[in-house]
Design a protein around this ligand. Structure first.
Ligand SMILES: Nc1ncnc2c1ncn2[C@@H]1O[C@H](COP(=O)(O)OP(=O)(O)OP(=O)(O)O)[C@@H](O)[C@H]1O
Ligand SMILES: [Mg+2]
Length: 450
């Protein structure tokens, strides 16, 4: 390692800001104890040797046709990206250990039909070859590198001239000129910036794989997320084989799209009808469940909301949620108590979205409150009914977006009844075979359901 004698600065591990002196609390993000000493490297290359890039007219750029997107031929991935990959973009793919990040990256670039370079900094080239064999990946244009040093990687990029580069993973890549260990804030920052500069200048797309911490955020400072164009998370649950690809940030598309896959021995398979998957092991004729047509981006997915209300035997009653916001549940419980007279204060309440899905759609309110009431009263919500509606503080049921798509998906899966907000009745088309009941309040909904 080259030890530098440059002036020491202090870097915040949380926000990535630099300071000339040490602070106990970061002046930028107010986190405590996040500043660490950092010696900027003496660059091996002359930084001012390059001429400045020429400015260009927007109109000239608009005429150029090289902004086209390249499809990976995995529909779920292309949709999450907002219609395929843009050349010259940088994508961060995060996920928990063993969730399938390397598998997904390998499958994506295998389907591109372009010159690609896979930098396997974490596993040996042989391990990568074994995985490629298992996944049936074969290509004449697929280059593999086991290099870990960023400047050497960029040299390989200059030689191979790929259109796509995968860095697996950013935490194992380092710059030899820095004193710190691979995976440290200064290494992540430097390697990230070098990659960003190269991909924008040379016009290749780079997929950077990053580990996530226990809290579920990409290990390393937030600045890695600021730096890239797109942040994708591959999520899943140990109990299930399906994986969900979600975009947390996208400069070239919407962020609420999800892609759903099934993990098999031959890799990740796309799930074209997720509603069927999430309702596969559904319990019918049991109190405490309700079906909700959720919108994940542009696609409706039917999910089962399960609730269990039981008497708390000791201490403070528990509120345990999976897949929804716990504050939203508290609000719905308060509405249930205040507006509908169902006392929840002495009960434990558990709410679970089956299949490990996470939703933030307020249209789920009516299904959650009904599932809780159903368990509390031991009354069943008919198995052929879907529930849609946002619940307000006075117990009113408010209109929601994309009602037609939600109803169509419910009808397509054989549901015969839907309870929807009155406000959505006017402009909603009635799919064949679906009886629609409009409600203005939760009381009206319960009258119809129980
Ligand atoms: N033979 C197999 N059959 C079925 N699934 C397999 C098989 N081999 C691996 N897998 C699945 O692939 C997962 C590992 O995938 P992968 O190595 O792509 O994950 P990763 O996110 O890159 O992990 P890491 O964090 O270690 O890099 C395993 O957890 C398992 O679910
Ligand atoms: Mg991996």
């Amino acid at each position: 390692m080259v030890h530098s004698s440059s002036k020491t600065i202090f870097l915040c591990n949380n926000c990535g800001n630099e300071f000339s002196k040490w602070h106990g609390q970061c002046p930028a993000c107010n986190e405590w104890g996040t500043l660490s000493e950092f010696s900027p490297p003496k660059s091996r290359r002359k930084s001012h040797g390059q001429p400045a890039r020429e400015t260009q007219l927007l109109n000239t750029l608009l005429e150029k046709k090289d902004r086209q997107r390249i499809l990976s031929n995995i529909k779920e991935v292309d949709r999450v990206l907002g219609g395929g990959f843009l050349l010259g973009s940088m994508i961060l793919l995060g996920g928990q250990p063993g969730i399938g990040k390397s598998t997904l990256a390998l499958q994506i670039i295998a389907g591109l039909g372009q010159d690609v370079l896979y930098v396997s900094a974490e596993e040996s080239e042989q391990q990568l070859a074994l995985r490629a064999e298992r996944l049936g990946v074969k290509s004449e244009r697929f280059h593999v590198s086991g290099e870990n040093e960023i400047l050497n990687i960029l040299e390989q990029v200059s030689v191979v001239q790929p259109k796509f580069v995968v860095i697996d993973s950013i935490q194992t890549v380092y710059n030899e000129d820095l004193d710190s260990l691979p995976g440290s804030v200064s290494q992540l920052r430097d390697c990230g910036q070098q990659l960003l500069k190269a991909c924008k200048q040379k016009g290749f797309t780079v997929i950077v794989i990053g580990h996530v911490t226990k809290e579920g955020i990409i290990a390393g400072p937030k600045m890695l997320e600021h730096m890239v164009d797109t942040v994708l998370y591959l999520e899943g649950d140990d109990r299930y084989d399906h994986r969900i690809l979600r975009s947390a940030k996208n400069r070239f598309g919407a962020t609420n799209e999800v892609g759903i896959f099934h993990m098999t021995s031959s890799g990740l398979e796309e799930v074209s009808n997720p509603s069927e998957l999430f309702l596969a092991e559904r319990t019918t004729n049991a109190a405490g469940t309700a079906i909700f047509p959720s919108m994940e981006g542009t696609r409706p997915i039917l999910v089962e909301v399960q609730a269990l209300v039981s008497k708390a035997n000791f201490g403070i009653p528990q509120r345990n949620v999976n897949g929804i916001d716990s504050r939203r549940l508290s609000m719905l419980l308060a509405v249930l108590e205040k507006r509908l007279g169902q006392v929840m204060g002495l009960n434990d309440v558990f709410v679970n979205l089956v299949g490990g899905l996470k939703i933030q759609d307020p249209a789920a309110d009516l299904s959650i409150i009904s599932a809780v009431a159903s368990s509390n009263r031991d009354n069943i919500v008919s198995e052929n009914t879907v529930l849609i509606g946002e619940v307000g503080l006075t117990g009113e049921v408010r209109s929601v977006s994309r009602i037609d798509q939600r109803l169509q998906e419910a009808a397509a899966l054989g549901f015969t009844h839907a309870v929807i907000p009155k406000g959505n009745m006017k402009n909603s088309k009635k799919p064949k075979g679906l009886n629609i009941h409009g409600v203005g309040t939760v009381q009206e909904a319960f009258k119809y359901l129980f």
